[in-house]
Design a protein around this ligand. Structure first.
Ligand SMILES: Nc1nc2c(ncn2[C@@H]2O[C@H](COP(=O)(O)OP(=O)(O)OP(=O)(O)O)[C@@H](O)[C@H]2O)c(=O)[nH]1
Ligand SMILES: [Zn+2]
Length: 191
């Protein structure tokens, strides 16, 4: 998608003036540009293909659980354009070929899917779906814990509130004992 910076700067300037800010003030003169750059930076992930990140998988003869937890992220709430920040925990059970992916790729996946307009539930599902598509594992479990600025600094104003979401696929969905084992490992000894 083409980004029209010039137009964005004009309308951002008009918007900030329309809500009563005096942009002739020296310290505010550059604010429209800063707002534009920060929005573009926080949306950078929309230009990346999550499947490309997970493209390189390899068999390792390991069929037991793999967990990457405490992946910190910052995303942008699609309702208010305010950040929500937190951690994502990902567990998967490789398929019978023991097909795995580089651990850092799971953290990169969280990054590209969070750097776009999101709601926490969709972010959680998209992480699980992408792991499922790339690795065809026996199961995937994703848990996200996050604080939403739109709930803490405005609106209902409840600092300290966190939202927890999960996405469960494959054997973790079918088998309560396996799911419970994975969930315990995910949430114990937080990263
Ligand atoms: N389910 C879900 N809701 C979210 C997320 N981020 C923000 N919200 C909620 O989206 C809702 C938007 O509600 P609206 O009534 O349209 O907007 P609002 O008047 O600003 O709502 P308040 O925040 O209650 O003042 C709010 O309840 C937010 O808390 C998210 O990731 N998931
Ligand atoms: Zn919001």
């Amino acid at each position: 998608m083409e980004i029209d910076r010039e137009h964005a700067l004009i309308v951002l300037t008009q918007y900030l003036e329309a809500i009563g800010l005096d942009l002739s003030d020296e310290t505010l003169r550059d604010t429209p540009r800063r707002v534009l750059e920060s929005h573009l930076e926080m949306l950078e992930g929309r230009n990346e293909d999550p499947q490309a990140i997970l493209a390189e998988t390899f068999p390792a003869g390991h069929e037991e659980m793999v967990i990457v937890k405490g992946v910190q992220f910052s995303s942008l709430c699609e309702h208010h354009l305010l950040p929500f920040t937190g951690v994502a925990h990902i567990a998967y059970l490789p398929n019978s070929q023991g097909r795995i992916v580089g651990l850092s790729k799971l953290a990169r996946l969280v990054e590209v899917l969070s750097q776009r307009l999101q709601v926490q539930e969709r972010l959680t599902s998209e992480i699980a779906n992408n792991v499922e598509w790339a690795l065809a594992p026996k199961g995937v479990l994703v848990v996200i814990e996050a604080e939403h600025l739109c709930m803490t600094v405005r609106g209902v104003k409840k600092p300290g509130t966190s939202a927890v979401t999960s996405a469960v696929r494959g054997v973790f969905k079918k088998n309560a004992a396996t799911r419970s084992e994975a969930m315990d490992l995910l949430l114990s000894a937080r990263a």
